[in-house]
Design a protein around this ligand. Sequence first.
Ligand code: ZN
Length: 560
Amino acid sequence: NIHLCNFCLLSICPCTVTIICLLPYRERVQHDFDVDGGLDLDIFDINEEAGLNLIEGDIVLDETQTRNSIIGDEYRWPTTVPYYMEDDLEINAKGVILKAFEQYRLKTCIDFKPWSGEENYISIFKGSGCFSSVGNRRVGKQRLSIGTNCDRIATIEHEFLHALGFWHEQSRSDRDDYVQIMWDRISEVICFCKLSLHIRNYICTILYYIYIFCLKMTCFMNWRSGYFMHFGTGTASPGDTAVLESRLVYPKRGYQCLQFFYYNSAGPGDTLKIHVREYDEDNPSGKLRFIQTIDGSPQDLWQLHHVTLDVRKKFRVVFEGTKVGPGPAAGGLSLDDINLSETTCPEFVWRVKNFSHVMDSTPNNTPVFSPPFTSKEGYTFQMALYPNGRDGYPGELSAYAHLVAREGDAGQTWPCPWKQITMMLMDQHPHIQKRMSNQRSVTTDPNMKAADSDLFFWDDPRKVGAEVTEPDGSRYFRGPGAGTPVYLTHLRAKSRDFIKGGDAIFLGSTQDKTTLALASSLSVLGAMLLITVVSVLCIKNKYKKRVANTGIALENANAN
Ligand SMILES: [Zn+2]
C-alpha cells in the first residue's frame, strides 16, 4: 500500500527546459485534525455564534414559564430519566453522552435509560448550539440540543443538569452572601439575576432527594481514603500472608473496575493477589474466587493499577499479599486510594514524570508521544501530547490521538470504523467521586477525508502516515492525529490533583461505536421505509379518492 515514486519528468517547451525531479515520497496526510476548529469554545461562545438568544446563554424558557414556576413536584423527573438520541447526532456526541451518563451514575445515583414509551422523556438532537429547558416540562418529548462542538463531556453534563432542574450557580438566591458583583465593571447588560427563595428551596429539595436516594441504594463503592495498607515483608517469613477485605458490595451491573495505587518495595518474588469473596445461598459465608496476580516489580513509585471484575453476587474484594522468598530486610507491599466503581476500566495508563517541569521546559509546538497501545479490537493508538501547546497555543496542553500500524499488521479493517478514543488526564484525588478528570474523545469516522486530499483520514497508517523509529530501534507507522490544541490550560493542569507526587497520569480507552453508527443508519433506513409506506398509502388513498371521491386524509407523517 505504500506508494513510492522515483522518476524524473523532463518537460520541454519552446522557451524553457524544466527538469522536475520527484524524489521518493509517500502519499500521506499532512495535517492533523482539530476537532473544534482549534478554538476553545464554551457553551456561550457556541450559542452566541449560532445567534441564539437564550436565558443566561443556554436555558430555554417558554412564554408561560416564569422562573418561579419551576417549583413543584411536577417538574421532577423520576430518578431514572428516559432519553432518546435523535439520528442527526454525531456519533462522537452519542458516545460522549453515554460517558456523561456514567458520570451521573458514579456521582449522583441519577440514572438514565433508553426511552421505551414513557410519557415524558429527554430527546437529544443536534441543534444549532447547546441548550436545554430547566426541569421536567411535561411536554412528552422534551428536546435538549447537543450541536456542533458541544460534544464535550462537561458541556453535556451541564445541559443535563439544566434538564434535571438546576439553574446556573451565578443565579443562586444566596449568591451575594459569597461574592460581591462589581456592577459598574460590567459593560454589557447580561441578566444574571438571583432566583427567588422558592427556587433555592427547590434546588435544596432536589439535593435532599438525591441524598436520601443515595442512602437507600449502594450506588457507589468506596471504603476508605486517607489511609493506606502496608504489608511489611521485611520481617515476615516465607509463606506469610496479609489480607485486606473490603466491606460488602452489592453489584447492580455485573462489571466493575477496581482501581488502586500500589507501592512495591518488597522482594522480587513477593506477590499481591486480588480475589473476590462471593456470597449466595450455597455459600452464606462467602466463596473465594481468584481474579489476578498484580505483577509490578519493585519500583520507587506508586503505580496505578486497574483490575476488571465481573461480579454479579454480593461480594467483597480481597487483597492478599504473600511473602515468597527471602527479600530485603526492609520494604513491603502498600496499597492506597482504592476505589471500586461499576464502570469499565481504562485500557491504557501513561505516566508523565515531573510534569510541571515538562510543561515549563518543553518548547511550543513540540509533541511527546505515549507508547503505542493496542485496544481489545486490535487497533493500535498513540497519544500525542504537546506539553506547551501547538503552534499559536503556548500555555496550553494540546492532545491528539493517532492510529499506529506496524509492518505486517493484519486483520484490521481500513479505514478504521467508529472507534471512540478517549484521552483522559486523571484528577488523582483519592476519592473517585470528587475527581474532575479532563477528557476529550474523538471517533474514527471511516468516511472522513483528510483536508486537501483524497485520502481517508483514518486509513491504514502504512498508507497515510509516516514511519517512526523509536530510540530502542522499534519502527512503526503513525497516522495523522485528531484532537484539540486547547485540551487544558497550564493553569488548570496545575490545579486540583492533576499532578501528584510530581507526575501526571493519562488514561486511554477505546470503545466501539459501530452499533451507534449502525443504529443511525438503520433508523434512516427505517425512516426511508416509513416514507415509502406512507407514499404508497398516499398514492393508494389518492387513487381511492379519485375513484370513490372519499378517502382518509393522512396526517403529516413524522419520520422521527
Ligand atoms: Zn447553562
